[in-house]
Design a protein around this ligand. Sequence first.
Ligand SMILES: [Fe+2]
Length: 391
Amino acid sequence: MRFDTAQLLKRFFFCERSLLVSMAAWIPSIASLEIKIEMARFTWQSSETANSLRERVFELRFPNRLLEEEGSDHSLVGLIGSVRDSPSVPALLSAVGHVFLPALRDAYRDYLDASDAIADGPTHRFLSVALTEKREQVDAFQKWAATSLTQHAALRESTAVWTHDLSERLVAIGGIGVGPASQVDVTTPKTNTYAIPDRPARDPRFWPCRFYWPDIVDSTFPYGEGLRLQLRSAISHLNEVWAIEVGGIILSSFAEVLPWEWIRNSARWTYDESRHCRMGYERLMAWNLDPAEIPLGTYIYDSASGKIYYDADGTGAGAKILFAQVDPGQVLANTDFTIVGSAAPALAAAKDIPASPSLADFIWTSDDADTWLLREHSSSTHNVPWFWFGD
Ligand SMILES: [Fe+2]
């Protein structure tokens, strides 16, 4: 019985691990701030459950080396992992909410029903918490899937097909359950390959802009005192949304090459950032501010891609124009650029390019119709050609 218990708990560990890695990977692609924040919390909950399962398996004197691979549950764990390749956000939410989370919920319930609350007391304690959390997660994911489908009606059919395919395969494999490992090997319904999004999806209710406090564009704007300082702090916390996304991406990107502790610690970090973001959001809502007036940072320059944009209004309200592509991760300085043209001197002075600018410093607002030109400085080693703006 001890061996069987450890086998089941080991299976649950790998199922939780697989699911949470996929959830973390999708955090940047979710536009809704509420879902983004909650997915980080659920990812952390899963990691805590997985860690308790893992610790319990060790406690049951299961050979350590067997906890580094799925073993006989390989096919099941691979199927759960395939949800990372979901073709769209609604498809991911639907497959997790209608297929895999309910399967885990039911497996935990069946385990608690079948096992002895005294002999296996330590498992009962944490798995009861996990069962409660799974019920909340199922409800949330199913609600999110329905909401996202009302916003993306065109994805309704592909989402249904994807969810059905995964559900059928899970049935064929015998579900997660509390029985012996399935001998059936199923193929995964691959229609898409997961890729880290170039830029994260942002909640459209907010004001998209490249700064969250005016001192980014006006260095004389005060940091703030009293209520204004509270407001700045709340907006700053809200803008930590980017840190949730980075946490999720880093967790999932290194999940296969770093030890379990990496996943667990990254999940906690991601959750912590989601709490910071939520603190700011709740504070701003308590002040009855309209989200449309709250700045939420957008990535005008994405340092990972090396793209430099020109933004005519400087706020992101108008379309930005991609005008340069430098090497990804390139570090630029003001001396790398020279501005020429009839309006250029005034423009250059007004802009006051700092010594170590971010690429966002090269996004100018021009309120006259003069033609001006930005070119790479002759001493620069970056391969940036000439760029014309204006009429
Ligand atoms: Fe933070």
